[in-house]
Write a protein that binds this ligand. Structure first.
Ligand code: DCP
Ligand code: MG
Ligand code: MN
Length: 354
């Protein structure tokens, strides 16, 4: 590149800088923000030196160079290479990354951090990493939670919930959303939309759900909570409207006399939706996510706003379509009406794959 100039080559620390830069490139690939920054600062310090830095004591005295980087600088000068770098380039890291990303709730930065800490297998994580309760569940039930759920089993699992729900309150309605509603042969999880006629806020359904959760837990149907109604990430304004967890279809269940997958852990999401927001929630929780994004973009182009609670009009927008005012609710209850007002032809859930 343009940085390989004559001036750079003449720098007494050129080789050291080159190796440190490769190390920095590696940390960039695995998105290790802190180390990227540390290496960049160290490299720029070295660039400003007029003499060759050869020992860790010398290096450590310079600004922005800590003890470990100082040690590495001495290693480079003595051996012309860095063991850590060879190790880093030797690993089939993409495979490891792929595995770590399949752990429930683990994103790219968490996975990359584990890799940079030297972890390469689920066993490494189990024995050496500090894991959250959810990460432990994701690792303990890794295979189950990465197996798609056959359509018939989604229906059987939902029936189990519906039966208990109706015993508790016959006016509560439960619908299977997500990929199941789009007609999928198999689903990644079970998305249940829970509503009741006459409700205008999900808070009205919270006591019902809390009782249902304790019954389903006692029946050994629910086996883990990943995000409760009171989880931090749903904000601090009272209980949220979503519950995420895991369930198992009891083998004795009458609704599944010949369940071919007994005792498998499945992901289940329970979503509380008041009748007044049912249509907007149906659109959102039916998806798919790309379809949702295109509907939202369309709404914003028409001066409206669509979210999982409703369609709003007279939304004031600033630069970059940033919302300035909330706007006024136009429709929330009726899924078809939302399509009509947006001026889009009705799309059957099975046609919402994008
Ligand atoms: N959703 C969305 N944007 C997201 C996540 C979800 O719009 N980032 C909506 C659309 C999804 C629905 O919520 O269809 C349910 O989310 P799931 O993650 O359960 O996805 P699916 O049910 O569509 O697929 P899967 O079979 O993998 O569960
Ligand atoms: Mg789903
Ligand atoms: Mn889901």
């Amino acid at each position: 590149g343009t940085k390989g100039s004559a001036a750079e080559a003449q720098n007494p620390n050129a080789r050291t800088i080159e190796v440190l830069q490769s190390m920095c490139d590696y940390y960039t690939r695995i998105d290790d923000t802190w180390r990227i920054l540390a290496y960049r600062k160290a490299i720029s310090t070295l660039r400003r030196q007029s003499s060759k830095i050869t020992t860790q004591e010398e290096a450590f005295r310079l600004p922005h160079i800590g003890p470990r980087l100082a040690q590495k600088i001495e290693e480079i000068v003595n051996t012309n290479k860095l063991k850590r770098l060879e190790y880093a380039n030797d690993e089939p890291l993409d495979q490891v990354l792929e595995t770590f990303l399949k752990i429930y709730g683990v994103g790219i930065s968490r996975a990359n951090k584990w890799i940079s800490q030297g972890f390469r297998t689920l066993e490494d994580l189990n024995t050496k990493a500090t894991l959250s309760a959810n990460q432990l569940i994701g690792i303990d039930h890794f295979d189950d939670l990465n197996t798609r759920i056959p359509r018939a089993e989604v229906a059987a699992l939902a029936d189990f919930v519906k039966k208990e729900a109706h015993k508790l309150d016959p006016r509560v309605e439960i619908l299977i959303g997500g990929s199941y509603r789009r007609g999928a042969d198999s689903s990644g999880d079970i998305d249940l939309i829970i509503t009741k006629k006459g409700t205008t806020s999900s808070a009205e359904l919270v006591p019902f759900l809390e009782t249902l959760l304790s019954i389903l837990t006692a029946r050994k149907f629910l086996v883990a909570t990943l995000a409760s109604l009171h989880s931090q990430r749903q904000g601090n304004n009272g209980p949220g409207s979503k519950w995420h967890g895991c369930c198992v279809l009891p083998s004795s269940s009458s609704s599944s006399p010949k369940n071919p997958n007994p005792n498998k852990w499945r992901r289940i999401d329970l979503l509380l939706v008041p009748e007044s927001e049912y249509g907007a929630a149906l659109i959102y929780f039916t998806g798919n996510d790309i379809f949702n994004r295109s509907l939202r973009l369309l709404a914003s182009k028409k001066g409206m706003r669509l979210n999982q609670r409703g369609l709003y009009k007279e939304v004031m927008r600033g630069p970059g379509r940033a919302k300035v005012t909330e706007g006024q609710l136009v429709e929330g209850r009726d899924e078809r009406r939302i399509f009509e007002i947006l001026g889009v032809k009705w799309r059957d859930p099975a046609e919402r794959w994008c």
